[in-house]
Design a binder for this molecule. Structure first.
Ligand SMILES: [Zn+2]
Length: 299
């Protein structure tokens, strides 16, 4: 190679290197902008983003019960879109509400049995430790002010031929945090980013402080002939009996199939919540949700 050719060649390589550097720098800025700053500029999507999701089989049933008897359900968030939104606005494990964006925010000071807990109304730190718990059976605890109602309902079902089985009741926020963090870690091990892992985890395990099981007032109930937390339970004799009779004992079907945009949780025919007999009768007879009932009453 002649000296001039070598010179030309060097100049060409230098120019090429410069162009490549620019491309790399541009790419880094583009990626950084998309991954780190994009969410700041994006409006938080509200209920409209929830409505596209249908209540198919819930995520609760897909997770096996742990040795401690805690189902990881906890507020199976409706759809990844909603979960992503919350991931962009809330820290991983803190008890932080989503922006209300059309959702009812309960005023402070509600009566204990009407306490609203959902993705927009998380429990304050330490709340679960103040719940007056009592053993319901060998491995489940419930709020002692409502445990008799739960027992009466289960007994009544049994005497009427549907073998109700209480699968899961109270769960501490600490346990919820462990379940949630384990899920995030598992997803990160599969290669997801922190943000994506948190968003996806929230579709299977409720963010700590947003599960009704943290209140000691919610119970997952199935039957001895259908021991699965799946939507098929709705069509069983036990599922129908519960829906028809729970209100007499102060319980409501908390997550109806047609109300996922309101509750933020997909259809869970097994999840019953104690709200007291008066509220339960009105909610169940009108086919509304706890959110709608409280908003109407301003409670
Ligand atoms: Zn539940």
């Amino acid at each position: 190679m002649s000296a001039s050719k070598r010179k030309k060649n060097n100049a060409f390589h230098k120019a090429l290197a410069a162009v490549l550097s620019l491309v790399v720098i541009a790419a880094v800025f583009f990626l950084a902008d998309n991954f780190f700053f994009k969410d700041r500029a994006q409006p938080v999507s509200g209920p409209s983003s929830l409505t596209g999701t249908t209540a198919s089989s819930s995520t609760e049933g897909s997770v096996s019960l742990s040795a401690i008897g805690a189902s990881s359900e906890a507020s199976s968030t409706v759809g990844t879109a909603a979960a992503k939104t919350s991931a962009q606005t809330a820290p991983a494990t803190g008890v932080t509400a989503l922006p209300a964006d059309g959702h009812y925010i309960q005023p402070a000071g509600s009566v204990w049995y009407l306490r609203l807990v959902n993705p927009w109304n998380p429990l304050p730190d330490g709340f679960d430790q103040t719940v007056p718990l009592v053993s319901y059976d060998s491995h489940d605890q419930f709020d002692n002010r409502a445990v008799a109602a739960l027992g009466d309902m289960v007994s009544a079902g049994q005497s009427e031929g549907v073998g109700l089985v209480v699968a899961s009741t109270y769960r501490s926020v600490a346990l919820q945090t462990t379940l949630y963090n384990n899920k995030v870690a598992e997803l990160k091990n599969q290669g997801l980013s922190q943000a994506d892992a948190e968003a996806q985890a929230a579709t299977v395990v409720a963010r700590p402080g947003t599960s009704e099981h943290n209140t000691g007032l919610a119970a997952d109930i199935y039957s001895s002939s259908y021991m699965k937390l799946e939507i098929g339970f709705a069509d069983t004799a036990a599922g129908k009996w519960l829906k028809a009779n729970a209100a007499q004992y102060g319980f409501i079907l908390r997550y109806p199939a047609d109300k996922t945009a309101v509750t933020g949780v997909s259809f869970e025919p097994w999840h019953y919540r104690y709200v007291g007999v008066d509220a339960a009768r009105e909610i169940m007879s009108r086919g509304i949700t706890l959110e709608e009932y409280l908003q109407e009453k301003g409670m």
